[in-house]
Design a protein around this ligand. Structure first.
Ligand code: AMP
Length: 419
């Protein structure tokens, strides 16, 4: 075994998988930019305090943060998610409202690594600041839904819930706490510990022994103010209008403390692992204020790239792009012709590759095959002497000779026809 390996919870994304990752982000950018969202690139580490505003009952903050004191004595942390960074940037730069942004990139959480759960994992997501309109909630949810569709996924269920406004949420948490306290004896040890930190999160328990107590717990809907109830009704109405199927799941509370009002999660029914949530989000009215900004409503979602690709594998969609290069130049005359020709072909916008090290013609043809090129351009001593090249379609089509000055045009033609 080599001395150094990736540390637990991290992975190398090798070719050709890495190209699939990039395509994933490209598809996402296409979907959200068509709705007026612009890209934001945030630092990967920030002042620890930025993330602490996510709430001290949030596991991500209290138990899973990668934080350290840097050489300048600053207490910083690798970002566990990007919503807090977006809100910090909003407070720092005062952009015009509404601010509609999208992001992609890695986040870091010290979690128990397993299939679909990593310590460094990628997300794509959007945030909108400055609008408190339920139809925006519908737009945001519809974008995530549309993105899963664009990947080709069919078995993704949408769960929606509302956590009410701040007052509703507080009254609900109090009621939930007294309910769970009354039934503490029937809860698992883990859930009793969760109850101490955050009664809402007890609802997240997947442990069979907790199921009965949880199923009888009060529902948030009993605590909705009239405004919260009508906001949630408008969200459901908008989703129906767009023909987006959803289930109302009043046990959906989500991991981060800052959520208020609309919350949602996308669950892959094609994944049978423990980790089936492929994305989620909600409203977080209050977070901008907590970061020192003016009272500003916000909503967003994050989609787990790693896990969504596992769902794609399970549904056999959005596969690895197996197309190779367009053209491979085989030069049996020492390599100078290949140097010139690949430069010309690349300048013309073609994907062109070649072999190095003055390999034999046979070995270069093998490399051409491996590169899955559409066309091979072959130059031997004889061709060079006559100022021509042999152009050979790799699908077995008829090969031809053409003057060196016409190679680019001939190859372009064949590549175009093959597409
Ligand atoms: P969250 O930021 O916790 O709301 O998570 C949003 C999505 O990110 C989840 O639905 C997952 O798809 C993904 N995700 C969260 N944590 C991890 C992790 N440790 N490893 C892989 N994906 C994750």
């Amino acid at each position: 075994m080599p001395e150094f390996q990736t540390t637990p919870g991290t992975r190398d994304i090798l070719p050709p998988d890495a190209a699939r990752w990039r395509r994933f982000v490209d598809v996402f950018a296409g979907v959200v930019e068509s709705a007026g969202y612009e890209q934001i690139i945030l630092p990967m580490f920030e002042d620890l305090g930025v993330f602490q505003r996510l709430g001290d009952a949030t596991d991500v903050v209290t138990k899973e943060m990668y934080d350290f004191v840097d050489k300048g004595g600053r207490h910083v942390a690798l970002r566990p998610e990007q919503t807090a960074g977006v809100c910090r940037a909003f407070v720092q730069h005062h952009p015009n409202l509404p601010w509609k942004v999208w992001y992609s990139g890695p986040n870091f959480r010290y979690e128990k690594a397993q299939q679909g759960r990593y310590r460094q994992f990628d997300q794509v997501g959007v945030e909108v600041l400055g609008v408190d309109d339920p139809l925006l909630d519908v737009e945001v949810i519809a974008l995530a839904h549309g993105f899963y569709r664009a990947l080709g996924l069919r078995n993704v269920e949408l769960h929606v819930n509302s956590l009410g406004d701040t007052g509703d949420r507080a009254r609900y948490v109090a009621a939930l706490e007294s309910y769970f306290r009354a039934h503490e004896i029937d809860l698992t040890k883990e859930s009793r510990a969760t109850l101490e930190r955050n009664p809402l999160r007890v609802l997240d328990s997947k442990r069979a022994e907790d199921r009965d107590v949880i199923s009888q717990a009060p529902s948030i809907s009993e605590f909705f103010s009239p405004e919260a109830a009508s906001h949630f009704a408008a969200v459901q109405d908008g989703l129906s209008l767009l023909g987006i199927d959803f289930v109302v799941n009043d046990r959906l509370v989500r991991g981060l403390d800052y959520y208020r009002s609309t919350t949602f999660e996308f669950v892959s029914t094609a994944l049978d692992a423990a980790q089936t949530a492929v994305g989620g989000g909600g409203r977080y009215d209050g977070l901008v204020e907590d970061l020192g900004g003016p009272s500003t409503p916000g909503i967003g979602f994050a989609i787990g790239l790693d896990r969504t690709l596992l769902a794609c594998d399970a549904e056999s969609v959005f596969g690895i792009d197996s197309s190779g290069t367009d053209v491979f130049v085989v030069d049996a005359t020492g390599g100078r012709s290949a140097l010139l020709l690949t430069a010309e072909l690349r300048n013309a916008g073609l994907r062109a590759d070649r072999a190095f090290g003055a390999k034999s013609m046979k070995s270069q043809m093998k490399s051409a095959n491996k590169s899955r090129a559409t066309v091979a351009v072959i130059i031997g001593e004889d061709e060079l002497a006559r100022g021509v090249a042999t152009v050979r379609p790799m699908d077995g089509g008829e090969q031809s000779e053409c003057p060196l000055g016409q190679v680019v045009a001939t190859v372009t033609d064949i590549v175009k026809k093959a597409k």
